[in-house]
Design a protein around this ligand. Structure first.
Ligand SMILES: [Zn+2]
Length: 459
């Protein structure tokens, strides 16, 4: 392929504007260029073999650092351009703010300028997104897009220190943006008070250099992964549950979440943090690692976690690493991808009912309480299998959502109040029972709301 040179690099290569070279990775290609043009070659790499900070390498217009630097995978039809990185002068206030990281050789003034120019999307301003966004803002990432359609709940504050007690009830994206601007007024923070969905994802994520996923559900995880593949952008993904954290970086053309998990787990089979619990400091740990990997990608510092999965067992204080390989048969990033646009992820993940079908099925605790006197009403606990020995509402039948079927175990002629830990699984269950002709309502807020109202549970 032809490598195009710009600016002073043309003079370093004896006035050549293009150099023909070959390589399956960017490292191989740049080595070939350096051998052909030693004058230029001396300016291309650091002593550690990374791309020199002042060198701007674009593959099809995208900063090569975001594609994995020297490890970026190349195809013969790619266009590669080498140019000097334009360094904007910094204000004294910025120089003071970023002094501690700019003295790091791997960051320097060029790395800081790259951070200032970067645009990063953070999906979810929760347990992971809040710490990730905090460190990205503090490090001076110039443009942060915070996407979250939720509102702050008091139960979030245990692990999302970006939000304060007085923010309870406020949109999370707005609350996060306000805190981030207070940490660093020099950056732009864009609050998007929407949930990421198939109909807005490409528009919101297009133009972002790195996508940081802090969402906590499978439909969004697949959606974000597919969008990152379609947009050709790196994805810094993480998840936390109980005491275990996971982190992986998916670089363009080097594998995606679907390569690892082509099929989602059966609905309800993996509990949420609301159901199974999570320790807040673990979110801080994994979220700040997400920020660190993002900063490494933007500045080209060190070696990206790309192609590896890190699993951190906080209880034992141990971590394990696994290699991720691109699956050539992957529907999204394989050699012959079948997934060329975003799809219905709730249906894909078996989250069966559309939101409209679930509307009006909720019943608040006081109304449900009034039904306690009615002997015809059946009370149904649909929490996951692991909840069988946890206290429940007296007289309730325990039947995990996975075993509910079409409600064969129930008396179809009698009304049902379904509940779970927080009211999400029960909403799915109620919608399914209604479809099978059983009069069902879902207890709003679940067991959490029930106990918050001072009502008793039994074992
Ligand atoms: Zn894939």
């Amino acid at each position: 392929m032809d490598v195009t040179l710009k600016g002073p690099f043309i003079a370093l290569a004896d006035q050549k504007e293009t150099i023909a070279a070959r390589g399956d990775t960017l490292g191989e290609l740049l080595e070939a260029v350096a051998q052909a043009e030693p004058g230029l070659g001396r300016r291309m790499f650091t002593a550690q073999g990374a791309i020199a900070p002042e060198l701007d390498v674009r593959v099809n217009g995208v900063d090569a650092r975001l594609l994995g630097g020297v490890k970026a995978a190349l195809l013969p039809q790619d266009s590669v351009v080498l140019a000097p990185y334009p360094l904007e002068p910094m204000t004294p206030r910025q120089a003071e703010r970023y002094a501690r990281q700019m003295i790091l050789g791997e960051i320097g003034a060029a790395g800081q300028a790259r951070l200032t120019a970067a645009r990063v999307a953070v999906i979810g301003a929760g347990g992971l997104g809040a710490p990730a966004a905090t460190y990205l803002a503090a490090a001076g990432v110039g443009h942060l897009v915070i996407i979250d359609g939720d509102r702050v709940e008091r139960s979030n504050l245990q692990r999302q220190p970006l939000h304060r007690d007085e923010d309870v009830g406020r949109p999370k994206a707005e609350s996060a943006a306000r805190s981030l601007r207070a940490i660093n007024p020099d950056i732009e923070v864009i609050a998007v008070e929407e949930f990421l969905a198939a109909d807005n994802a490409l528009e919101l994520l297009r133009g972002c250099d790195v996508i940081v996923n802090g969402s906590d559900n499978f439909p969004t995880r697949y959606l974000v992964s597919d969008a990152a593949v379609l947009l050709g952008r790196p994805l810094v993904d993480a998840s936390i549950l109980r005491f275990e954290g996971r982190l992986s970086v998916y670089l363009p053309r080097q594998g995606c979440y679907r390569c690892l998990f082509p099929e989602p787990p059966p609905p309800g089979s993996v509990p949420s943090c609301a159901e199974a619990g999570v320790i807040g400091a673990l979110g801080g740990q994994m979220g700040s690692l997400q920020a660190l990997e993002t900063i490494k990608l933007i500045t080209g510092a060190g070696e990206s976690l790309g192609g590896r999965l890190l699993v951190y067992d906080a209880l034992m204080g141990e971590e394990r690493r696994f290699r991720l390989r691109r699956d050539p048969h992957c529907a999204a990033c394989g050699d012959h991808p079948t997934l060329t646009e975003l799809v219905d992820y709730e249906a894909f993940c078996g989250v069966e009912a559309p939101r409209e079908a679930q509307e009006g099925l909720g019943i608040p605790v006081p109304e449900a309480l009034a039904l306690r006197e009615d002997p015809r009403v059946q009370w149904l606990d649909v929490r996951a299998q692991g909840a069988v020995d946890r206290p429940t509402i007296p007289g309730a039948l325990r039947l995990p959502l996975e075993e509910l079927g079409s409600g064969e175990a129930l008396d179809g002629a009698r009304p049902v109040v379904v509940f779970c830990e927080i009211g999400r699984r029960s909403l799915l269950a109620a919608e399914r029972l209604m479809r099978h002709g059983i009069d069902a309502r879902s207890l709003e807020g679940g067991i959490v709301a029930w106990t918050a109202a001072g009502l008793d549970l039994t074992c």
